[in-house]
Design a protein around this ligand. Structure first.
Ligand code: ZN
Ligand code: ZN
Ligand code: FE
Length: 757
C-alpha cells in the first residue's frame, strides 16, 4: 500500500511517529519526506494496515496537521523491516513548512535539570519544538537545508537523531552544548566580554537596569526590566518611541495573572505552541512601569518561547520589556551586522548567538474576542502555515497587499500562503524584505505566479513593485473590496454579503480616500452602497499625524468663524498662527484631499475631546479615545442620512454638534467617548437594516483596521446580532491591512475565472 500524506507533516515528528506506529502493527516498508509531504509504503496484514491508517488519521503528532491522505494499492516489494529513508525530490515540489514551535514541556524540564546534559543549554529542542521556518533555506525540511547545517552533530546528538524511539529522532535543529550554537555577550562597542556564563551575567545586567539586545528566533529584541522606570524610559528615549506600547514577557501564567486579568481562553492562547503577544486587560495594581504601555488599558504579554527566554526570565526573576529591535517603521533587525549598525546608541549590551536567522519574523499579536482568539499581527508561530480554502485557485497568484502592516499572499491549489508580517512599506529596508520574502516563498512552496494582484493606490510601493514586473498578468483590486473578501475568506464563505469596511485609508474608485464604506460584495464585484460624507484632510498626510486639523476643520465647516466662541479646549488652545494657515487651506482647498475615512473620524473626535491632538504612532488618537470610554453609558448622538448618486451618505453635522454641546455642558470625556462609540455602532445597524431591505442580504462582514477597536467591535456585533443579522469578523487573518492580500488573491482568482484577467 502506497500512502501520500499532505499537510504540516515535516519538522513535527511525523516520520518517527509513522515508524513506531508501523512497527507496532508489524508492518514492513518505509517512510520518507519528499517535496509533496510524507510518502509511506506499508506491507502486512490487511486489517493491520487499515488500523494503521486509522491511527494516522486519528492520533497524529500534536503539531502535525493533515490536509489530505491518499492511499492506493501497489504490489508488495517484499521489504523485511520498516525503515526511514532519505528524503527524496519529486516533480511537484510542494510541502507546507511548520511555523516556529515554542519550547515543549519535556525540553523545559531538561533545561532546568542539573543532571541533564543539556542543563541550561539555550538551544535545546526536539521534534515537538524549536526553530522551523526561520532557519529553513530550502526544501525538503532537512538539516542540510537549514542554518543548522554548519553544526555537525556530536556522537550523542547523532545517536539521538538516528534513534527511532528518541524524542530527537530526526529533529533537524538538534544540538547540545558540545556541538551546537552558543551564546556571546558583547558590550555596546561589540567587543566580546569574556564571561563564564552569559545568561547569569545578562541577568545581572538586566537587574542593574541595562538594556540588552537579545537575538531570538525571528530577530532581535530589546530587553530591559519592565518594573524599572528609569530603564524603560531610557529605552523609550533612545528608541525615540514616546508612547507606542512595549510588549512584555513574563516567566509564567502566574506572573501574567499578577499584572493582568487572564481568562481561560487567554491562558490557552498565552501558553499555546504559537506563543503570540496576547493583549490582556491591565490589573489596576499591576507592578509594572506606567511607561511600558502609556494610556492603555491593555498590556501585550507573552510567555517565553525559546530556551534562552526561559533561562533569562527564570534566572533574573524579572518581568521584561521585550520589544522588537527596529528603528521606527523599519522591519525587525535579524542579521548580526545589521543589529550592530542599527542598535548602536540604543542598547548597552548584546546577547547574540551563532545560529543564523534565515527569515525574519516578528512576534505575532493576538487577543481573545467573544471567546475566540483573533490574530492582529500574523507572524511568528503562524506563518507560513497556509489557509486551506473550500474553493481552489485556478492559477497561481501573487497578491501584494497594501502599504501599512504589509503581508503578501501566494496561492496554490486550495492553499493561500499568507506571508509573515513584513511591516510598513515606507522605506527601502522594508521593500527589500518584501521582495526577498516573495522570492523565498516562491522557492520553498514552488510557486510561479501567473497573475499578480495589487492595491489601486498608485503610490504604494507594493503597487509600484507589481506594476514594474514583466511577463505576468496584472490586476488592480480596490482596497475595501479586498478587506471584505478577506473577511469572507477568513470565514470560508461564498456568495454575496453586506461589507462594512472601516479603516484609515483606501484608494477609492473616484480617486478619493475611502475608509467608511458599506459595500454589497461578491468575490468578483462590489457596489458602493453607503459611506460617511466626505470631509477634508487639510494638510494631507499632516492631518493624519495631527488630527486637531481635522477636528478644527469640521468645526469650521459647521460653525464658521463662530467656532472661536465655543467653550472647548481645542478651540481655546488653537495657536492663532497655525489656525490662520489652516483656515486659508480650508478656504482655498489646497492640499486638502477628500476622505470618508472612519479612522479619521475617530482621530478627529479624539482631538476634539482633547485626548490626543497629535500622534506618535499609527492609530494612537483612536486607540486612546477607545481606552477612555466609559462603556456603561448607553446614550448616543444623532446623525443624518442623505441620498446622493444612489448611495446613502452619513452626515456628521449632528454628531459633531452633539459632542460640542456635551463638552459645553461639562459632560466627562469618558462619557462622550462612549456615546460616540455607541453612535458609530448604531450607524452600522441603521445602514445595514436599510441595505437588507434593498437587497435581502442578511450576512454582514466587518473588516478594516477600525474594527481592532474592541469596544466598537463588541457594540456593533451585538447590535447586529440582536437584530437578526449573521455577522462575520476576522479570526485567522488580521482585520487590518495585514489581512488584505488574502482578499486580493481571492478576488483575482474570481476575475481570472470570469476571463477578466
Ligand atoms: Zn522539545
Ligand atoms: Zn551534540
Ligand atoms: Fe485598510
Amino acid at each position: 500500500m502506497q500512502i501520500i500524506i499532505k499537510g504540516i507533516v515535516q519538522g513535527v515528528g511525523f516520520r518517527p511517529f509513522i515508524y513506531n506506529l508501523a512497527r507496532s502493527f508489524n508492518l514492513s516498508g518505509y517512510v520518507l519526506n519528499n517535496t509533496m509531504g510524507v510518502s509511506i509504503e506499508v506491507e502486512g496484514e490487511g486489517s493491520d494496515i487499515s488500523e494503521f491508517l486509522e491511527s494516522v488519521k486519528t492520533q497524529p503528532p500534536p503539531q502535525a496537521e493533515i490536509f489530505e491522505i491518499r492511499s492506493e494499492h501497489v504490489d508488495p516489494i517484499g521489504d523485511e523491516a520498516f525503515e526511514i529513508r532519505e528524503s527524496e525530490d519529486v516533480e511537484e515540489k510542494f510541502v507546507p513548512i511548520s511555523p516556529e514551535l515554542a519550547t515543549c514541556k519535556e525540553c523545559v524540564s531538561e533545561l532546568f535539570d542539573p543532571q541533564d546534559r543539556r542543563h541550561r543549554y539555550p538551544f535545546i529542542n526536539c521534534t515537538n519544538c524549536g526553530p522551523r521556518f526561520t532557519i529553513v533555506k530550502d526544501i525538503p525540511y532537512d538539516r542540510k537545508f537549514t542554518t543548522m547545517s554548519v553544526f555537525p552533530m556530536c556522537e550523542k546528538c547523532n545517536a539521538e537523531y538516528h534513534d527511532p524511539v528518541n524524542r530527537r529522532f530526526h529533529a533537524q535543529p538538534n544540538a547540545c552544548p558540545v556541538c551546537g550554537p552558543r551564546l556571546f555577550l558583547l558590550d555596546s562597542e561589540r567587543k566580546e566580554i569574556p564571561v563564564r556564563d552569559v545568561i547569569s551575567e545578562a541577568c545581572r545586567l538586566l537587574k542593574e537596569g541595562k538594556i540588552i539586545a537579545v537575538k531570538g528566533l525571528g530577530g532581535y529584541h530589546l530587553a530591559c526590566d519592565a518594573q524599572n522606570r528609569d530603564a524603560v524610559s531610557k529605552l523609550r528615549a533612545r528608541k525615540f518611541r514616546e508612547y507606542k506600547p512595549f510588549a512584555i514577557m513574563v516567566r509564567d501564567i502566574k506572573t501574567a495573572k499578577e499584572i493582568c486579568f487572564v481568562n481561560e481562553k487567554e491562558e490557552q492562547l498565552l501558553s499555546g505552541v504559537k506563543r503570540p503577544i496576547v493583549l490582556l486587560k491591565k490589573s489596576p495594581d499591576a507592578m509594572v512601569s506606567e511607561d511600558v504601555a502609556p494610556n492603555q488599558k491593555y498590556f501585550g504579554v507573552m510567555l517565553p518561547y525559546t530556551p534562552l527566554h526561559h533561562l533569562l526570565l527564570a534566572e533574573s526573576g524579572l518581568i521584561l520589556v521585550m520589544t522588537s529591535a527596529n528603528i521606527s517603521s523599519e522591519p525587525i533587525v535579524f542579521e548580526d551586522k545589521d543589529a550592530f549598525n542599527r542598535l548602536s546608541g540604543i542598547t548597552d549590551y548584546y546577547v547574540i548567538h551563532n545560529r543564523e536567522i534565515h527569515i525574519r519574523t516578528d512576534d505575532s499579536v493576538s487577543k481573545v474576542e467573544r471567546g475566540k482568539d483573533v490574530v492582529l499581527r500574523r507572524s511568528r508561530g503562524y506563518a507560513p502555515h497556509p489557509l486551506l480554502l473550500k474553493h481552489s485557485f485556478t492559477e497561481q497568484i501573487l497578491a501584494c497587499g497594501a502599504e501599512l502592516k504589509n503581508t503578501f499572499c501566494l496561492t496554490r491549489g486550495n492553499y493561500a500562503f499568507l506571508s509573515h508580517h513584513i511591516g510598513d512599506l515606507e522605506n527601502l529596508e522594508t521593500l527589500s524584505s518584501f521582495e526577498s520574502g516573495i522570492e523565498h516563498f516562491k522557492r520553498i512552496f514552488n510557486i510561479e505566479p501567473a497573475v499578480i494582484a495589487y492595491d489601486l493606490h498608485p503610490e504604494y510601493l507594493s503597487t509600484k513593485y507589481a506594476r514594474s514586473l514583466k511577463d505576468i498578468r496584472k490586476v488592480g483590486i480596490q482596497h475595501h473590496h479586498a478587506h471584505i473578501i478577506s473577511c469572507m475568506g477568513d470565514n470560508d464563505l461564498e456568495g454575496e454579503i453586506i461589507g462594512v469596511s472601516f479603516d484609515g485609508t483606501g484608494y477609492g474608485l473616484d480617486g478619493r480616500i475611502w475608509g467608511g464604506e458599506f459595500l454589497i460584495c461578491s468575490f468578483g464585484a462590489f457596489q458602493g452602497a453607503a459611506h460617511f460624507e466626505y470631509f477634508q484632510l487639510n494638510g494631507g498626510e499632516k492631518a493624519i499625524k495631527e488630527p486637531w486639523r481635522i477636528a478644527a476643520s469640521l468645526l469650521y465647516k459647521i460653525y464658521g468663524d463662530d467656532m472661536m466662541n465655543l467653550d472647548i479646549d481645542l478651540v481655546k488652545t488653537l495657536a492663532s498662527d497655525k489656525w490662520h494657515i489652516l483656515k486659508q487651506m480650508i478656504e482655498r482647498g489646497v492640499n486638502s484631499p477628500l476622505t470618508s475615512s472612519a479612522g479619521r473620524i475617530f482621530d478627529a473626535v479624539s482631538a476634539l475631546l482633547g485626548i490626543r491632538k497629535a500622534i506618535y504612532y499609527e492609530g494612537q488618537a483612536a486607540i486612546e479615545l477607545e481606552m477612555r470610554a466609559d462603556s456603561s453609558d448607553t446614550d448616543r448622538y444623532e446623525v443624518d442620512y442623505k441620498e446622493h448618486d444612489g448611495k446613502t451618505e452619513i452626515v456628521l453635522v449632528p454628531l459633531i454638534k452633539g459632542i460640542v454641546s456635551d463638552l459645553a455642558k461639562g459632560t466627562g470625556v469618558n462619557t462622550i467617548s462612549a456615546r460616540f462609540h455607541n453612535t458609530v455602532a448604531a450607524i452600522v445597524l441603521d445602514v445595514c437594516l436599510k441595505l437588507k431591505k434593498q437587497t435581502g442580504i442578511n450576512r454582514i462582514a466587518l473588516s478594516g483596521g477600525v474594527f481592532q477597536n474592541s469596544l466598537l467591535m463588541e457594540k456593533t456585533y451585538n447590535l447586529l446580532d440582536e437584530n437578526g443579522f449573521k455577522v462575520y469578523t476576522h479570526r485567522r487573518v488580521p482585520t487590518n491591512d495585514g489581512g488584505l492580500s488574502l482578499g486580493q488573491a481571492i478576488i483575482a482568482n474570481e476575475l481570472i475565472r470570469a476571463g477578466k484577467v
